[in-house]
Design a protein around this ligand. Structure first.
Ligand SMILES: [Mg+2]
Length: 151
């Protein structure tokens, strides 16, 4: 078991887990979306427009009180603003509890800990050495089910 300050480490993904990715698309003009067809995640500034998933901020705060919590997300390689937008989002919505706890990586398997909460198996999530809690699956359809499992 990997422990730090006697707390187990949990990593939480952003898009589709903490962050409602689709919430930003409603705020983007059609002409822009047409230009970025098939690569909507490359729209500059897109990630600054996203709102939290239902219950996500509350869940983060509850987990942060018990676990050693980090945000482990991937930013699109071809969208430079996404990297800074994600930092701004974490500061804005998660605040002090997330201070210097944002990790942006295409290789999530290189981070070691007890749990990874992610809605996909890409970018190394499938090879994560701890337990992957697949957000949106039948077992963990929402934050309520995640918290029931972890608290
Ligand atoms: Mg995701």
């Amino acid at each position: 078991m990997i422990v730090k300050n006697n707390k187990e480490i949990i990593y939480i993904d952003m898009d589709g887990v903490l962050v409602d990715f689709t919430s930003a698309l409603k705020k983007i003009e059609k002409s822009v979306k047409d230009k970025f067809t098939d690569r909507l995640d490359e729209i500059p500034g897109l990630f600054s427009l996203m709102t939290p998933m239902p219950g996500a901020v509350n869940a983060f705060n509850q987990l942060a009180a018990i676990y050693d919590v980090y945000i482990l997300s991937t930013a699109p390689w071809e969208n430079a603003s996404a990297w800074s937008d994600k930092l701004a989002w974490v500061k804005n919505y998660l605040g002090e509890k997330a201070y210097k706890r944002l990790i942006l990586s295409h290789h999530k398997n290189l981070c070691h800990g007890k749990y990874l909460i992610d809605d996909r198996t890409k970018n190394g999530a499938e090879k994560f050495s701890g337990k992957l809690l697949l957000f949106g699956s039948d077992e963990f359809p929402n934050w309520k089910s995640i918290l029931e499992h972890l608290l």
